[in-house]
Structures are given as C-alpha cells and as structure tokens.
Design a protein around this ligand. Structure first.
Ligand SMILES: O=P(O)(O)OC[C@H]1O[C@H](OP(=O)(O)OP(=O)(O)O)[C@H](O)[C@@H]1O
Length: 428
C-alpha cells in the first residue's frame, strides 16, 4: 500500500489505468470526465488531492486532441486543488512526431511518400487498402502550402498553352519567365496531378523564403508545463531528443525489454532470425535489439532521388542484408497507418523471408490500418497496450498485445518513493 499517492485515469485508456492501479494496490481516484453539449471538456476531481503525489494516465491515439485537452485540464484542476506534485503519464506521447520543423535539405516540406506510384525496378509503394496520400484530408499533417503549389503549377500550364505571359508571385514558385522553365513547370504540373509524390520533386522555394509549418511538439511541451505538470513519464518517444523541449524531468521508458522477451519466448530458433528496421530513422532502435540479442540485422532503405524537376519520383525500396529462408522481425516504435510495416513485409517476402513479424511499441493503427495488416504479407503484428487495443484485437487476427501496465506501475512506485528508475531503462 502506498500513501499519499493518487492515480487519475483519463478517458483514453481506462484498462491501462486499472492495470497500473492493480500493480500499485490502490483504486483509481474518483473523477468526473464529461463534455458539455457544445463539446467543451469538463473535469471534476471528486476527492482531495491536497499535498498528494498525483499521477494522471492519458495516452495518445484515438481522439488525441480531446485526450490532450482533458489531460491539461485535469493537471490544472489538481494543481489548483493544491496537489504537491503532478506527473503526466503518457504511454504514447501525443504530437511527438512533430517535434521538429519538417523540411528536407532542399527546404521542401517533408511529405509522406505517395502510394499507388508506378512501378520502379519492379517494386512499388502500393499497399492494400491504399494509405491516405498527400492532398487528401486524412494525410494533411505536413501538406502546408502544397495545394497552392499544385494550383500554381496547373495555372502555369494553362497560361503556357495559351501563350500568355506568366507571372507568379507569393506561391513559392520561382520567378523565371524563360520558355524552358515554363515548359518544365508545365510538365511538373502534369506530374503533380497524376502523382502526388512529384509535388516534392517539383517544389522550389523562392530564395530567402521558407514556408511556415507549426512546430506543434514545442507547443504541446509548453502547454503541459503551463498547465502545471511537474514531471512526465512516457515510453519510446519517437524522437528521444524531444525530451530537451521540456524544462521539467522526462522519464522515457523503454518498450524493448517486452519486445525482446517476446522474441525469446515465441520465435522458434530466434537466433537464426533477422532483425529488420523498416527505415533508416529506426535503425538505431532496431540495432540496439539485434546487438543485445546477438542477432543479425538488416535495413530497408527508401531511395527517393528525382534526377530532374520534371522527373516522376524514382521511389524504390532496397533491402540491405539477407533474409532468404529466415524469419524477418521488423522493429519500429509505432505503426499508425501501418503503411511502413506492410510495405516492408511485402519486400521481405519478395526477398525470400519465410515469415515476417512486426514488433512495434505503439500500435496506434488509425483508419484502415487493421484492414491493411489483414491484407498484407505480415504473419504476426505484436504491439504493446500503450494505446488501447481492445477494438484492434477484435478486428485483427494477426495482432498480439503485450501488457505495459506493470512497467508504468513500477515506474510510478519508484518515482513516488524517490527511488532510481534507471533499472527500467536496462534491457539485458
Ligand atoms: O504506420 P505508418 O503511418 O507508416 O507510420 C509509422 C512510421 O512513422 C514513423 O516514422 P516517420 O515516418 O515519422 O519517419 P522517421 O522514422 O524518419 O522519423 C515511425 O517510426 C514509423 O516508421
């Protein structure tokens, strides 16, 4: 029994709150979490938190914006009710993929690779069902300004075909009136209409000008601190450097011990299997597991290198490493649309892998992700319940879920007692 410790569960993941409270041996605090008719969130903490050590459990995923606001209001409610310390426990940290300004080296906004592109070297990015692509409402995350670009390019094409002079201002296009550049822009407009990925290759920022994309990660960090959070506990942050955006302590727990133990217990002859990172961004994460377990490692490299502005994007996926007749184990921090893991599985099977597992810490699985997994070459997808998996489990026979309640429960217990939690960072 722990004294002066209060655990409050948000609406995002009641089952995880129960499981954490089970580890701590206390019931969750009584709170009223509701909404007014207009949609505004209402929070009422129905027991005293005066001078208590309060932990609020709220994960990302699902109705992420509602959950975030509910968390902020709950933190503030506890602070104004004289809680001694308030810790936000965010198993999946919301907005953590937006911690940096999303531009590439050329100054173009980074946009997810388009799907349904034409085959290049016999391989495409296609997945079934198709993932939301740039320009569609579901995928708008990083599309700031791209619609204007497409309109501008289309306009250039029309004007060029009528022979009228072309002037372009304020839409990010170069100010160049030569016939050659008109033609290349007109061609680029054609490409943009038929293949969303060519928007990236066609993008040319005007010298000295950069489009503005909100740095939402910084704002979320500030909001949590302003609301009154004294401490953050999370797991497998997409970008560990995001911790530097906070001036309060952030404990970033690892999901790796759970994934590693799953491999040892469930994959026959696992030493013969190959750990695979589905992209370069996750290589460090995957090699950490491969090294710890003395297993071989392979990497999927996405090559996107247009040779000229009018070129359709030459997108290929290459496997660096050998998986023939072996089990391939994809390791990633999160699966959202699950486009990354399903595409990778398709390539791995094509390269001769006997079976493909995907082991992912955060199974967000938004939109059509489950249908995509069911239709894919993946044999098994293993996620933790950092995000609620009840509905996903019902719809996906390939899905298996690992419990994280005891990891967070133990972290809370240790923080509350002022003990070190570094033991939770080790995964030997
Ligand atoms: O299920 P999906 O919708 O395909 O998303 C999953 C991918 O997204 C994240 O990486 P991101 O694309 O942000 O790139 P990065 O690893 O280079 O940061 C994550 O690490 C996965 O690889």
């Amino acid at each position: 029994m722990v004294r002066n410790l209060v655990v409050i569960g948000g609406n995002s993941h009641p089952q995880l709150t129960q499981s954490i409270c089970g580890v701590l041996g206390i019931p969750p605090a009584e709170v009223l979490l509701s909404k007014f008719a207009v949609g505004e969130t209402r929070v009422e903490v129905q027991e005293s938190v005066r001078e208590k050590d309060v932990y609020i459990i709220q994960s990302g995923g699902g109705k992420v914006n509602d959950h975030l606001l509910e968390l902020l209001i709950t933190i503030s409610a506890c602070k104004t009710a004289s809680a001694r310390r308030v810790t936000a426990v965010l198993p999946l940290f919301p907005y953590s993929r937006q911690s940096d300004i999303p531009y590439d080296k050329a100054g173009a906004p980074l946009v997810k690779a388009a799907v349904g592109g034409k085959p290049t070297n016999g391989y495409t990015f296609e997945s079934t069902p198709p993932t939301p692509g740039p320009g569609k409402p579901e995928g708008l995350g990083l599309m700031n300004g791209m619609d204007n670009l497409q309109k501008g390019l289309a306009k250039a094409q029309i004007e060029d075909s009528t022979g009228s002079p072309v002037k372009r201002r304020g839409n990010g296009l170069p100010r160049n009136d030569t016939t050659d550049s008109l033609k290349s822009l007109a061609n680029a407009a054609d490409d943009a209409a038929s293949n969303a990925s060519s928007k990236i290759s066609a993008f040319q920022p005007r010298p000295g000008y950069k489009q503005w994309v909100a740095q939402a990660g910084t704002l979320v960090a500030d909001l949590l601190t302003c609301a009154g959070a004294d401490h953050i506990i999370t797991m497998d942050l997409h970008d560990p450097q995001y911790q530097g955006y906070f001036d309060i302590p952030v404990d970033n727990l690892y999901g790796r011990p759970l994934l590693k133990s799953y491999i040892q217990r469930n994959i026959p002859n696992y030493k013969q299997a190959v750990i695979v990172s589905p992209d370069a961004g996750g290589a460090k994460r995957a090699t950490a597991i491969a090294d710890q377990m003395g297993m071989e490692f392979a990497l999927i490299h996405k090559e996107r290198r247009p040779t000229k502005i009018t070129d359709r994007q030459n997108a290929t996926m290459m496997l660096v490493g050998d998986v023939r007749d072996r089990i391939a184990i994809l390791i990633d921090d999160l699966a959202d649309t699950s486009n990354t893991i399903t595409r990778a599985a398709k390539l791995l099977k094509k390269e001769g892998a006997s079976q493909v597992y995907a082991l992912v810490t955060h199974g967000i699985l938004s939109g059509d992700a489950i249908e995509r997994i069911n239709a894919s070459a993946l044999d098994k997808v293993v996620v933790t319940n950092s995000v609620d998996q009840v509905d996903h489990l019902r719809r996906c026979p390939k899905l298996e879920v690992l419990e994280v309640g005891h990891v967070f429960g133990e972290a809370i217990r240790r923080v509350h007692h002022g003990e070190s939690i570094s033991v939770l960072f080790q995964y030997d």
